[in-house]
Design a protein around this ligand. Structure first.
Ligand code: HEC
Length: 132
């Protein structure tokens, strides 16, 4: 009993620190690639938002404004990736899937697709962590 309680606690600590590591990588990526439009606060108020033709969405209320109150994980992946969604005419959001894939370099044999998906996922974990 004591042993399993300890194992459970250790697992929780591991999960928590794993989540932190992902959020940190996602945060760095976010500040470089996304904050210009969506804002450092992710509230849609970046310096570039003003020059776009359409409103830049607030990314901190994606859970609160979804039908079931849950963070729309799959939707966020699709929107960031952009390769499998049909964009409305005049959409401004860059297709990150293509960009991340094109800029991927690996010395250990990961494919460009693996690297692009990892970057997209770390961004989604970050967005999930900053929901209000
Ligand atoms: C050039 C400005 C710009 C940049 C840079 C940008 N976005 Fe966007 N983003 C938008 C706009 C405008 C929309 C609204 C939909 C559209 O135009 O496609 C949007 C939509 C979204 C959505 C859907 C939000 C919703 O509630 O429907 C997500 C998620 C998102 N962006 C995440 C990101 C992430 C993560 C990055 C960085 C990798 C990023 N965006 C970079 C302009 C930008």
């Amino acid at each position: 009993m004591k042993g399993s309680l300890f194992a459970g606690t250790a697992a929780l600590v591991l999960i928590a620190s794993g989540a932190f590591a992902q959020d940190q990588a996602g945060r760095e990526e976010y500040m470089i690639a996304c904050a210009g439009c969506h804002g450092e606060s992710a509230m849609g108020d970046g310096p570039l938002a003003r020059v776009l033709n359409i409103a830049t969405p607030d990314l901190t209320h994606m859970a609160a404004s979804s039908a079931d109150g849950e963070f729309p994980f799959q939707y966020a992946v699709w929107m960031i990736d952009g390769r499998n969604v049909i964009r409305a005419h005049g959409a401004e959001m860059p297709v990150w899937g293509n960009r991340f894939q094109a800029s991927a370099t690996s010395e250990r044999g990961e494919s460009a697709e693996m690297i692009a998906r990892g970057r997209i996922l770390s961004l989604v974990y970050y967005l999930e962590a900053i929901q209000q």
